[in-house]
Design a binder for this molecule. Sequence first.
Ligand code: ZN
Length: 253
Amino acid sequence: MKNYHYIYFHGILMYRKNYREHDMLVKFFTAEFGPKMFFLRGARKKNYKLAADILPFSYGKYTGNIKKDLLSYIISPIDVKHYLNISEDIYLNAYATYIMNLLDTAFEDGHHSLEWFNKLFYSLKLINVGMDPQIVTNIMELQLLSVFGVAPELRGCVICGRSDLDLDYSEKMGGLICSNHFNQDLYRLRLDKKTIYYLRKFSIIELSKINNIKVNNQTKKELRSFFDNIYENDLGIKLKSKKFLDQMNNFKI
Ligand SMILES: [Zn+2]
């Protein structure tokens, strides 16, 4: 008798990829093992028995055979749910896909992080129940910065620590500067007060405790370009799913 190592895990499906003629590779962000790639033999055949359990935007509890460096296997679904609204709405779908691609970029396979599993879970949940998907995405983008090795100072002025004066963002200084120190960076971003307010708020907010956050369109635009600037220019992260999202947003307007 073969000694299979069956184990329970909680996973959120990040993406699916066709593999060979009949098979599929599926990546889950698992609570127990971080991102993990699973090999699903025969997944592209008709009547594949796990078809409903590996649909895009599935999450839940499974048993599997988890391999350290090789492909893992799903043995059986235990309690699988779907983010239904996300899977039925191409717009929500685009945001959720971008968030998951960012996480996939940020974390190596097998990098265990229960904290980020939970953040992913709650971000998708919030989008699924109708919170503004851009705002959820911006919160994730902000909180991911430290994972990407950029941790902008948002508590107060980088130079003197004050937070009671007008603040602006300085790329040169890597964070906020107060009006006493605006002269230290001619190219400060000149962000609106509201944008600064939300950047500071997003950096400390807990996704699990949010009900809803409403932000006006002008501020949303400024937030979007703030993150585009950091992600594309500073970090050099240009994802296809982000391009698709931009195209969709342009089309919408
Ligand atoms: Zn200062």
